[in-house]
Design a protein around this ligand. Sequence first.
Ligand SMILES: Cc1cc2nc3c(=O)[nH]c(=O)nc-3n(C[C@H](O)[C@H](O)[C@H](O)COP(=O)(O)OP(=O)(O)OC[C@H]3O[C@@H](n4cnc5c(N)ncnc54)[C@H](O)[C@@H]3O)c2cc1C
Length: 419
Amino acid sequence: MHDVIIVGAGIGGLTLALTLHRAGIPCRVYEVADEIRPVGVGVNLLPHAVRELSALGLQDALASVAVTTQEAVFFNRFGQLIYRESLGRFAGFEWPQFSIHRGDLQAVLLEAFRARVGADRLHLGWRCTGADQDGDGVAVHFRRTSDDAELPVQHGAVVVACDGIHSVIRKELYPGEGDPVYSGYNMWRGVTRWPPFLSGASMVRAGWLATGKMVIYPIRDAIDAEGRQLVNWVAEIETPHYKRRDWNRPGNLDDFIGAVADWQFDWLDVPAFLRAADVVLEFPMVDQDPLPRWSFGRITLLGDAAHPMVPRGSNGAGQAILDAQALADALAAHADPVHALQAYEDSRREVTSNIVLTNRKNPPDAILREVYVRTGDKPFARIEDVIARDELVALSDGYKRVSGSSREALGARSSSGAP
Ligand SMILES: Cc1cc2nc3c(=O)[nH]c(=O)nc-3n(C[C@H](O)[C@H](O)[C@H](O)COP(=O)(O)OP(=O)(O)OC[C@H]3O[C@@H](n4cnc5c(N)ncnc54)[C@H](O)[C@@H]3O)c2cc1C
């Protein structure tokens, strides 16, 4: 088979390249950035994605740079505990959950790519401008990032758009697609160097959107002599306006810190923690309506290019990784690349569309919403009087089923909840 052309060396593109390489399918990757730098902040990899990366032999490399997440913990804005559940290996899964800096994840993938696929198969500073096809293959067009000069047309068997939320190829396939859909909530993200809190590997969700919600979890262990961690945080607040989405737009603490000014919990002084941040970024909670079609002959979409979702269920990176596995399987199973791309779409489009829609309405944070609504945003005496534990478990498990990260989907190692 001729090479698969991959546009974008992000999480999906690099995983696809590694998975294709393992299947003996040649590929080349083209990336707009002149160099791959550790940009972004934290992402979570749930066991379903870690399973795929483990099959690529990357689990140890990931474990050495990530935090192996132990538990999810939900609090109201008064610091009262609503719900706690074990995660990953600590919940009996065969695979761990990792909380990781996006740059560290990309670096692990990149190192494996260079060692296995070959550094000469990664072209940096190539900005894709579009793709054409005929019965025999694809022709993909690029300009040089540094000076916008036209670069030689690249030919291959198929082209896979792994070029993220501003995908050029998606735009070419859907020129009339409207603006991103704004959820009405703005998001500020950042990292702070801070001593371990709670279990030292807890993913915390607290508050609610109307008055301010936070997600906080460590992504690097023991980063200095005092044993501090690099802790990722996200603040989400109902906000009528938003600026164009850009993963690296600097944000301003004063725009949101007032919402959590009195969040002094016995395990974390939230305002002090935020004031100590190294980085503050701003990002609107936007997504795009699910598409009716991803594969057009020899051209297809993958990851955020195919299904951008509001980052609320720890599934953005994970679903790109699952897409990569499905596409490599389809290309290995079908001699005709057009059939392969269709089979890939058939196996992934509906599943990921459901996740996009569920992230809008019922992500895991629905637990916080229920308590906010039922208590009228007041402290409670006993959580059992507000919501039954079974209901909390059902809310959490419901999302896992939609995203394919339930124990049933992956196979349980034990159901005791013990590590
Ligand atoms: C700079 C950056 C920072 C991010 N930070 C976070 C974060 O902090 N938290 C989080 O949850 N998610 C973050 N994400 C998104 C997260 O990586 C994705 O949601 C998820 O991993 C899906 O991966 P993907 O491969 O589809 O997209 P991405 O990982 O976004 O990769 C897309 C790649 O395509 C490249 N590209 C774009 N346009 C072109 C073009 N025309 N030609 C060639 N290459 C192109 C991009 O430079 C990028 O390397 C970030 C993405 C980026 C690009």
